[in-house]
Ligand binder design. Sequence first.
Ligand SMILES: Cc1cc2nc3c(=O)[nH]c(=O)nc-3n(C[C@H](O)[C@H](O)[C@H](O)COP(=O)(O)OP(=O)(O)OC[C@H]3O[C@@H](n4cnc5c(N)ncnc54)[C@H](O)[C@@H]3O)c2cc1C
Length: 669
Amino acid sequence: MDSAGFPHLWHAKYAREHARRFQLEQIASVTRSQAPPSNSTSAGCNNLHPFSHPTPIPVPAPILHDHSDGLLNLQKDAGNILVGIVGAGAAGLYTAMILDDLEISYEILESSDRVGGRVHTHHFPGDNKWNYFEMGAMRFPSGPMMYRVNDLLQSRLGLGDKLLPQLMTDLDGNQILEYNGIRRFQKEVEASPNTDWFNDSTENGGSVPPEFIKRGLVDLLVAPFAPFREAFLESWSKGWEMLLKYDQHTIRSFFGTEFDDGFLKKEAYPSEVINWMEAVTGSGVSSVALSEIILTVLKVDRTSMHDWHCVAGGSSVFIEAMIERLSSKPQLSRRVTRIAPTADPTRPMSVAHIDAKTNSSTSTSTSRYDYVISTMPLPNLRFVDMEKCNPGHGQRQAIRSLTYNPSVKIGIKFKSRWWQERCGIKGGSSRTDRIVREVVYPSYGIHDPGADGVLIATYVMAQDAQRFASLIKGHDTPEEKLLIDLVLNDLTALHGFDDPEFLREQYVDHLAWNWAADPNAAGLYSHFLLAHYTFACQLAGLTGGYAMFGPSQFGDVYASCGQPAAGGRLFFAGEALSENHAWVEGALSSAYEAIHKLLYAANLEDKLGQLRERWGNPNLPEYEESDMRKVMNDQAFLGALFSSGRARDACAEALDEYLFSSDWEFVEG
Ligand SMILES: Cc1cc2nc3c(=O)[nH]c(=O)nc-3n(C[C@H](O)[C@H](O)[C@H](O)COP(=O)(O)OP(=O)(O)OC[C@H]3O[C@@H](n4cnc5c(N)ncnc54)[C@H](O)[C@@H]3O)c2cc1C
């Protein structure tokens, strides 16, 4: 069967194909006749080759046990297993909910003094109902791409009556677009998208050749992807083959290159055109992997994502509802610093953690588990010593180099909702090339005359966020006073107010949040929406979120970190490990996959059945589901084997047995 008719599945298949190729490479490395590369055992290069792990894992997962090693008696039933979950964001809490349901015990270690991770609602002082803004996740679409998050919010947490429509555009089209100092209403631009509204054309003093302006930004952004869509619609394998051919490209290099190579015939855009596109989509976003954008643009259409919602009271409401249901609450302010296997057969994994308030090593405690699921963002793993877990070469690379996208949000509380009262704007966003870039108006409280005047005055990503970061130094610092002054100036100009003092009089309070400076996001950042690109795509009838992986990074990360380390005792989850990265949905599905692999590695067949029955995605076609299961099983086994520290011969033997017993076959696409 082929998935040609289900664009929302293409990204998942892309990830799985990468995992398969990686698995084949691993298998070939065992069966290859030549010795390991000579430098793999040289000083400083240890661990590069799977057979050069210095320390065998003393108690690997049951899937690696055979009758001869005498470890079978260590096989536990699910009731005796204790799982350590690192991180209490969406992925960690969902992991806990599933384990509760499967009656498997767990503990959660969280470095922050709060739960939720990148789901974080900030409430300004006061008890009013609409007195908040979202520092992280704020909108949740419906549709087949977003099965888990909707199932969680509506069915499992019963929050259906708290879901409010998230207005992606202001109903009356009063949102503002402002570029090159020219302000327009979005409704004007939408009515005639191929007009040079912002004087970008060389005919009007800009740098863009007029023929490109006449074709319109949307066509320029999306049309080059049409041959990919056609190829995928013809057959998955044709689309995959085509995608692989251009997998090394960034958006900029693809748009800037002419192709006539039998696969694709397309012109090169001049750099002025690409710069113009970037001015609208966000500074620096052209360095994103081409295949990421293609897959997202192809999978995200009005049928796969629609009816956007936000949660009344803030997204943290659903995090609190998750916590309420857990039998074991997260231990807060416990920063994990080391994960290591031990020889103790009772609880073979050791997790060291310190008091995150002091970060003092004298506060170190150690917890013991049978298995560990880490949901911390991959860059945080850089700060965790897991050398003894024998991480693979690909895992090291992913943890070191995965591109996360910096993002900054500034919420301001005003005395009134002046944007509704004076500009007639209800919901949606205004966009500009000024430093504020995107202003997000609340979709909540718009019919409540007493609603608080809180809005997201700035939502920026990529390079735009980096520029802002130097001014985010703390609420009353001189830098932040300057920052708020700049933002108020921009808001004044963007909304066309003559009186420069009006918004200063309206200002009550603010919070500026730089995800890049949050130590619990690894001093790094989440990838997220290329909102301006999204905007352009919305005009084309598309809408969605875009991750910031560099060329070919996602496939590599999924393939390598999708496998466990520590001989099948340490598993990785978190949004980056899902094709729906940059969404809460991705965090949830990564948790499901990690648990599947854990149960498989632990030989807990019954629990695997329960997992699938109670937490599987019923909308997945059967052939997709079984394909996904196969890849996850192989990931669990191969990761366990290759991180076990066994010698090549022992690996080859175990591999033979596995391939034989699991009737292993490589099925292309
Ligand atoms: C600005 C922004 C806007 C977004 N908007 C949306 C949106 O509108 N819709 C949507 O669906 N998604 C959105 N997202 C994405 C969404 O928030 C994330 O995909 C999701 O919340 C990630 O969940 P996670 O559990 O994978 O990671 P996190 O939420 O990052 O959780 C990881 C947890 O691990 C903890 N941790 C880190 N290091 C350690 C350690 N050493 N020891 C113990 N604990 C540790 C962290 O404190 C954190 O709590 C947005 C993200 C951002 C940043």
